[in-house]
Design a protein around this ligand. Structure first.
Ligand code: CO
Length: 208
């Protein structure tokens, strides 16, 4: 890819925005008030804003390999804390995607060095749901289901956080689990029942 092309694209984009609204960037510079925190995969095919059709300023975004909400990851923890406590988002979306390389790697026996501890979180998801997954004979179907279960478990990981528990007691904060289907371009809502999950884990994970 030619970097000059990117700067030309940027100039074209600035011009197109200004042609619609001469104050577009001036207004954008005044601050942000996004209503959504989007946590997705770093995969280059799964763009956050474009697939949701949202504009700059509308979504606070965190992306990492396989859309993880890992307990010891300070980066995602800081993003979630800032989004919930200060930006006061109303929605948190964990968006996985079919054909996720991170999930695929976690299904195979191979030593990937620095990626091992990260991908081990997905192996833990597999272990938690081993009976369901091992009952699926078709490898493709099993892979897809692990993508979905990984999203579900990352939603559960969100509910284990103090700031999320506190926010849910005080105001409307919804957690959503989605999968982006690269093959069709569609977002699939997994319909994760957060209230039900909360009831099941409160005894162990309630902090507030
Ligand atoms: Co991925």
């Amino acid at each position: 890819m030619n970097m000059k092309e990117i700067f030309q694209n940027n100039q074209d984009w600035v011009a197109s925005k200004l042609s619609i609204d001469p104050n577009y960037f001036e207004n954008l510079s005044k601050g942000q008030a996004p209503e959504i925190l989007y946590i997705g995969c770093s995969d280059s095919r799964v763009t956050a804003e474009e697939l949701m059709g949202v504009a700059p300023g509308e979504a606070f975004v965190h992306r990492n390999i396989a859309n993880m909400v890992s307990n010891l990851d300070h980066s995602s923890a800081a993003v979630i804390n800032y989004a919930v406590k200060y930006l006061k988002v109303n929605h948190i979306v964990v968006c996985g995607h079919y054909y996720c390389g991170g999930v695929k790697a976690a299904m195979e026996s191979q030593d990937l060095g620095i990626l091992n501890p990260w991908l081990r979180n997905i192996r833990d998801v597999y272990r938690l749901h081993r009976d369901e997954l091992n009952a699926i004979e078709d490898e493709e179907a099993k892979y897809k289901r692990l993508v979905e279960l990984n999203v579900q478990e990352q939603c559960v990981n969100l509910l284990k956080k103090a700031e999320i528990q506190l926010a849910m007691d005080e105001r409307e904060l919804q957690v959503h689990g989605w999968v982006f289907d690269i093959g069709s371009g569609k977002i699939v809502d997994l319909g994760i029942n957060v209230d039900e999950i909360l009831k099941g884990i409160t005894e162990i994970y309630k902090l507030t």
